[in-house]
Structures are given as C-alpha cells and as structure tokens.
Design a protein around this ligand. Structure first.
Ligand SMILES: Cc1cc2nc3c(=O)[nH]c(=O)nc-3n(C[C@H](O)[C@H](O)[C@H](O)COP(=O)(O)OP(=O)(O)OC[C@H]3O[C@@H](n4cnc5c(N)ncnc54)[C@H](O)[C@@H]3O)c2cc1C
Length: 303
C-alpha cells in the first residue's frame, strides 16, 4: 500500500504532529510520500519523496488550492490512500479530496485492526471498526492516537505547482480568545471529570487543587455542562499539559482526554471503576468514590 501523508505548517513552522503521520504509516506498513504546503526552511527529518508547494504562493491554508495540490500529488504518486491529521486543516480538506477521488473517507482513526480502522463513537464511549470499500481511501487520524516517529535524514524534494484558482485568500491567523488560564505551565493539575456528578461538587476538586498548590482542570463534558469555564479544559479540544502531577478525578480516560495529559510525569487517577481506561496510563489508580476520597485527601493534606 502506498500512502500520501499530508503534513501541516503553522506560521512558517512544521507542526510536530506531522510526525504522527509517520507513526500511523509505520503501523499500517505503508510506503510513504509526503505533501507539505510550507517552506524549505523547516523540513521534516525524514527520508522519502516530499512534494513541496510554497506556502508563500498558495497560502498556509487555502482549501481549494490545497485540495488541487493533494489531488495532483496523489496522481503523481499513484497513492492508495491519503492521510491527514484530524485537525481543523485535515477535517476540512479530507472530504474535498475524497470527493475528488470518489474515495471512501474514514475519519478520526484511533487504531488499526486486521479487519479495518478503529474509530471512536458514542462520544468516545465505544469503538467501531470501518473498512473502506473503494480502491483508494482518505483517512484522518486522531491527535495523540499514534506515536510520533522521527526517523531522521533528509527528504527528496519535488516542487509542486497547481494551475488551479481559488475564490479564497488566506489572510493569516489570530488567536480565538485569550485563555483565562495557562494550564501548560502548571506543575500540578487536579481535573474534574463527569464523575463529580454535578456543578456543586466542583469546589471539592478545586479545594484539592489548592491544597496541592495546583490548578483546576476539567474534562470536556464538565466544560460542556457549564460547570467549569473552557479555559480549564484538558484534551484535544482543550489544552495539552505535562505537569509533574496530574490528578484525574472521575475521568474515564477517553482518547481525546488522554491526548492532552498523558505526558504528565505522574498520573494519579481516582475512579470508582477499576476497569476505567484511565488506569492504563495512570501511575496510581485509586478505586474509590471520589466524593468520599477527595475531601478526605484534602483534609489530610491540610494537617
Ligand atoms: C472531537 C472530540 C473532541 C473531544 N475533545 C475532548 C477534550 O479536549 N477533552 C476531553 O476531556 N474530552 C474530549 N472529548 C470527549 C471525550 O470523548 C469523552 O467523552 C470525555 O473525555 C469523557 O469525559 P469524562 O471522562 O469526564 O466522563 P465519562 O467518560 O462519563 O467518565 C466519568 C468517569 O467517572 C467515573 N465515576 C463516576 N462517578 C464516580 C465517583 N463518584 N467516584 C469516582 N469515579 C466516578 C466513572 O467510572 C467514569 O470512568 C472529545 C470528543 C470528541 C468527539
């Protein structure tokens, strides 16, 4: 199988997540070529064919022109599949490319099985396996689901151009909103998951965070329910953190949450379910009712 991987730049820098595409292709056992719309100054340390289009000419993001460039690289490479990260870039481009190729698209892949690709469903509570039924396919992979593979070396560059035109012009980026809180610098984070049960229990978690000299984190359902502001969210659609101590209270360990915190130095999970997936990354899993355990721990720390 031959895979065309499509990496990403942000403000002139190659995103490290591009290396997750190599990790995915390695697990797939695919031969690879890479397409980047970027610049010569920041190229990946990797040996292989790199189709390089100039971001100064095509914009760091322009869905119409980038789709043309991907389709042209697929034709030149005779690729069987095109792989994007499941990012705002990838999830916008992938369906356009799939439509252009009349190919099946599988989104947000978290694993590879013999029968097909594993994707999350039911808000991450279940997984299903999907197999493309077309000769070629377009795939997006979940951030953090595959290891970053940095093989080293230098690519062989093939310059890419397209005669296609666009009705859009890339104007640049601006921050969506100032974050109320920068969790990325916190040494200790104590996170409230849905297992806290209700908004009124947030102070229990905040008190433990305070007793440990840390910050309050939250899983997405806690934020979506309006119990804690979005600035506290950890995960793929929140912040990526790597504190010395991460305490997950009533967090199941969905892949989108793990992607944002699994690099923490020490992970303590408190969960009443001893089979909760958070246990797979936790250094210590306390199987307990957090409503009893957390206040007791906070009181003990105060002594
Ligand atoms: C595109 C996309 C992006 C996403 N981005 C994020 C993200 O950035 N961050 C994020 O967190 N999620 C994200 N999610 C959601 C994610 O898939 C999960 O749904 C979410 O992480 C689950 O949150 P949770 O662990 O708090 O809740 P649940 O999965 O409901 O887990 C609750 C846990 O609490 C335990 N529990 C219940 N009561 C108690 C008790 N009294 N004592 C101890 N334990 C108890 C349960 O055993 C369970 O393990 C995203 C999903 C999608 C589709």
């Amino acid at each position: 199988m031959k895979a065309l991987l499509v990496g990403e730049y942000r403000e002139g820098n190659l995103l490290d997540t591009t290396y997750e595409l190599f990790g995915f292709a390695d697990q797939l056992g695919a031969e690879t070529a890479l397409l980047l719309v970027g610049s010569d100054s920041r190229l990946p340390a990797w040996v292989g064919t790199l189709y390089l289009a100039d971001a100064a000419q095509y914009g760091e993001y322009n869905p119409e022109l980038h789709t043309q460039l991907v389709l042209e690289a697929v034709a030149r490479e005779s690729a069987d599949c095109v792989v994007f990260l499941h990012s705002s870039y990838g999830w916008d481009l992938a369906p356009r490319v799939a439509a252009g190729l009349k190919a099946a698209q599988v989104s947000e892949i978290i694993g590879i099985r013999e029968e097909g690709f594993e994707v999350g469903c039911c808000n991450g509570k279940m997984r299903r396996t999907v197999k493309p039924a077309t000769p070629s396919c377009v795939l997006t992979i979940q951030a953090g689901a595959f290891p970053q593979l940095q093989p080293g070396g230098s690519p062989t560059i093939i310059r890419m151009e397209t005669a296609g035109s666009s009705s859009l012009e890339f104007m640049g980026y601006e921050p969506a909103e100032a974050k109320e809180l920068n969790l990325t610098r916190a040494e200790v984070i104590v996170t409230a998951g849905r297992g806290i049960g209700k908004k009124e229990n947030v102070p229990l978690i905040a008190a433990l965070a305070k007793a440990l000299g840390g910050e309050l984190g939250a899983s997405r359902p806690v934020v979506d329910a309006g119990w804690v502001p979005h600035g506290h969210q950890v995960g793929t659609t929140g912040q990526s953190v790597s504190p010395k101590l991460y305490v997950a209270c009533g967090v199941s360990g969905a892949i989108q949450h793990l992607a944002g915190m699994k690099k923490s130095e020490f992970i303590l999970a408190i969960n009443k379910d001893k089979e909760a997936p958070i246990g797979e990354v936790a250094d210590l899993l306390v199987v307990a009712d957090l409503l009893q355990f957390v206040p007791a721990l906070t009181a003990r720390l105060a002594k």
